[in-house]
Write a protein that binds this ligand. Structure first.
Ligand code: PLP
Length: 380
C-alpha cells in the first residue's frame, strides 16, 4: 500500500477553520450542540451514568448499549455494527474491501470526499468514476443509466455517498432500489457512505443500504445531521460476519476502542435523535430560504438549486463573476476582502467553476450579508 495523497479538502480547511478572524460559509457539519444542551436531553439515569463514568477502555466493537441505539437507526442487528470514528470507518472498510477485490475495479461517485477514492487507489485498486451531472435547469444529479453502463464483469465494488458531499444529491426511492438491484444482480460489494442521512427534508428517509443487501456496508455517524462532530462517533454496519470481522481486526491497529465519554454521550444523542435532528432541520430551512433569495438577486453571477437533503450545495459561479478566473481565485478574493471562506471545486480535484456552500450553521444570515456585499461589486 502507498501512503494516501494529501487530503486536499482537509488541508484547505486547516488554513482557516481555527482562525477566529475567518468566517466559514462552506462547512458540511451543522451547528454543533454544546455539552450542557446534550446532557439536558438525557434521562436522569443517563446523566447519573455520565457523572459516574469510569475513564476506562471500552468494548472494541462499541458498547452494546450504543450499538443497540444505532441498530434502531440503521435497521440492522447490534452484532452487525462496529463503532468507529467516521473517517476511520472509510479507511477501515475500503482498505479491507480493496483486498477482497482481487484485481477487480471499483466505481466511485465523483466528485467525492477524497478518502472514498484515495484509500482504494493507494491500495492499488483501479477506479472508474460515476460522474455527477449538472444542468442549469435540473441542477446536480447522478444518472442510473450511466452507472448501469459502467458495471462490467471486472467491477467488484461500487462506492456511493447519498446525500452526496458536495452536491447533496439524493436519489429517489426508485433510483436507490435500482442501485441495490444492480449490485445484487452483479454480486458487487456496495460501500454506502450515509454520513448525511437524516438530513433529508422529506420523510420517510431512504433505507440504509446495509439493511437491504448483504454485500452492502453502510457508514454513518453523529458528525453531520446530529450536530456532534467533536464526539467522533461513527459506525460501520454490515450483515456479513466475515467482512465485519476483517473491519474489527483492522480497527485493533487503529483506535482499538472508542473513548468512554464519547460512547456515553453518543447513547444520549441517539436516544434523543429527533430533538437534535429537528433543531438542525429548522436551521437548514431558514438558511435555505435566505440562500434562495440571494441566488435570485444575483442570478447573473451564481446558479443555485436547492438540495433536497444534506448540509451543502455546489454552487456554480457564472462567467460574469469568474471573469476568466477559477473558483479558487474568487474564493481567495472573498477571504482577502471579507474574511469569508468558501470551498473551491479544486479541493475536490473537480472543474474549478463551483464552490461548496454550507447552510446548516446558525451564523449564516450574518455571513450572507458579507457575501452579498462581495457579489454586489460584480453586479450591474
Ligand atoms: C461524505 C463524508 N464521509 C465521511 C466524513 C468523515 O466524517 P468525520 O469528519 O466526522 O470523521 C465526511 C466529513 O466531512 C464526509 O463528508
Amino acid at each position: 500500500m502507498d501512503l494516501p495523497k494529501t487530503f486536499k479538502l482537509e488541508r484547505y480547511f486547516a488554513q482557516y477553520e481555527f482562525d477566529n478572524t475567518k468566517k466559514l460559509l462552506c462547512c458540511s457539519d451543522a451547528e454543533s450542540f454544546d455539552l450542557k444542551t446534550l446532557l439536558s436531553l438525557g434521562s436522569s439515569e443517563d446523566v447519573e451514568k455520565w457523572n459516574n463514568l469510569k475513564l476506562c477502555y471500552t468494548d472494541s466493537q462499541g458498547s452494546l448499549e450504543l450499538r443497540t441505539e444505532i441498530s434502531k437507526l440503521q435497521d440492522i442487528n447490534p452484532e452487525n455494527i462496529l463503532v468507529c470514528v467516521p473517517a476511520e470507518g472509510i479507511f477501515i472498510a475500503l482498505t479491507c474491501l480493496a483486498k477482497e477485490l482481487k484485481g477487480k475495479k471499483a466505481i466511485v461517485c465523483w466528485p467525492c470526499y477524497q478518502s472514498l477514492i484515495e484509500v482504494l487507489e493507494s491500495n492499488g485498486v483501479t477506479t472508474d468514476k460515476w460522474l455527477a451531472r449538472y444542468s442549469s435547469e435540473k441542477g446536480w444529479y447522478f444518472d442510473m443509466n450511466e452507472l448501469r453502463g459502467l458495471i462490467k464483469d471486472n467491477v467488484g465494488l461500487v462506492v456511493v455517498n447519498f446525500p452526496h458531499n458536495p452536491t447533496s444529491f439524493l436519489p429517489s426511492t426508485d433510483e436507490f432500489n435500482e442501485l441495490i438491484k444492480l449490485c445484487k444482480e452483479n454480486d458487487i460489494y456496495l460501500f454506502s457512505d450515509e454520513m448525511y442521512r437524516m438530513t433529508e427534508r422529506s420523510i420517510p428517509h431512504l433505507s440504509s443500504a446495509c439493511s437491504v443487501y448483504d454485500k452492502a456496508i453502510s457508514l454513518s455517524g453523529l458528525s453531520k445531521s446530529f450536530g456532534l462532530p467533536g464526539l467522533r462517533v461513527g459506525w460501520l454496519c454490515c450483515q456479513n460476519d466475515e467482512i465485519l470481522g476483517k473491519f474489527k481486526g483492522l480497527k485493533d491497529y487503529l483506535t482499538i476502542c472508542s473513548s468512554s465519554p464519547t460512547e456515553a454521550l453518543g447513547v444520549i444523542a441517539l436516544k434523543n435523535r429527533d430533538a437534535l435532528t429537528t433543531t438542525i432541520q429548522l436551521i437548514i430551512k431558514k438558511n435555505l430560504s435566505l440562500v434562495s433569495a440571494l441566488a435570485v438577486k444575483y442570478q447573473e453571477l451564481i446558479e443555485w438549486h436547492e438540495p433536497k437533503a444534506g448540509t451543502t450545495g455546489f454552487m456554480k459561479l457564472r462567467e460574469k463573476l469568474l471573469k476568466g478566473r477559477t473558483a479558487t481565485d474568487v474564493c481567495a478574493e472573498l477571504v482577502d476582502k471579507f474574511n469569508i471562506v468558501l470551498l473551491p471545486a479544486k479541493t475536490y480535484q473537480y472543474e474549478d467553476k463551483y464552490v461548496r456552500f454550507g447552510f446548516a450553521r446558525k451564523d449564516m444570515e450574518i455571513l450572507l450579508t458579507d457575501f452579498d456585499n462581495f457579489l454586489s461589486q460584480y453586479a450591474n
